[in-house]
Design a protein around this ligand. Sequence first.
Ligand code: NAD
Length: 292
Amino acid sequence: MKLIDGKKISEQLLDEIKSSVQNRIKINLKVPHLAAILVGEDGASKTYVNSKIKACEKVGFKSSLFKYDDSISEIGLISQIKKVNEDKDIDGFIVQLPLPRHIDQDKILYEVNPCKDVDGFHPYNYGKMTLGVDTFLPATPAGIIELIERTEIQTEGKKCLVIGRSQIVGRPISILLSQNKTFGNSTVTLAHSRSVDLKKLCLESDIIISAIGIPEFIKGDMIKEGSSIIDVGITRVKDLSSSKGYKIVGDVDLKSVSSKVGFITPVPGGVGPMTIACLLKNTISCFKRSLQ
Ligand code: NAD
């Protein structure tokens, strides 16, 4: 078993971003400015946003956080998004998901200026990604590709199983891995909750990307000898031995797969830190992008 150190790789990426910011400062160019819109009091969302702000500080970005009460109306939120769209100092921004139920998420994402859409969720950018045209890639799939690339896991011609079909992870990574790109060219199967005989699909796969959110779902008897696994799942499970009262667990039972697996990402410390680093990488690329 070879653990893929996502924390270390994300730090390398953050160092690269930091030196790119320093180079910009040297030639009197603007410091990148990332903003986040947070609605409500969801604990996990607050933690994610805080980690993003901390990462901005680390690389020398300017950051802004716009917080709204979860009673904000859809129209109210759209008008705040319009203000951020028009703010010339802000280069990129994210709307932290999930949003409260009374707000139509798709409608909100549509309002984000595609030039500032560093999450890559606007249909314009999502469409470009699907077509294989250079654009913002959603941060988690982009982080997975970075991990694969920097660990030199060969994808060409390999059987790759993506488990989970969410719009933010499973679907986009299945598209990216099947494209005719250096770290693509895989034969991809996209499995989901209605898939039949998942164990058979897993056993046939050279690479498994799991994004389902069921703790320790994938066991040793489900995988092929030497296969690589990217574990995207993050679930909090009760742990009375921890001061927080919980621990973070992935989709893979690490102990059970350890004698058979090749490369694997741990949870925590695998895909999670890469997601934030790739969001910042997208913000840097705002300067290079234009819709014209
Ligand atoms: P989701 O929670 O929206 O949906 C889960 C997906 O899993 C669905 O497509 C469903 O069809 C599939 N699924 C559920 N049970 C299944 C089963 N028994 N067999 C096969 N497929 C099954 O998906 P999401 O938003 O991509 O989140 C998935 C996990 O990834 C969660 O634990 C989430 O916290 C985590 N996540 C991590 C990061 C990161 O940065 N590491 C980013 C996003 C999401």
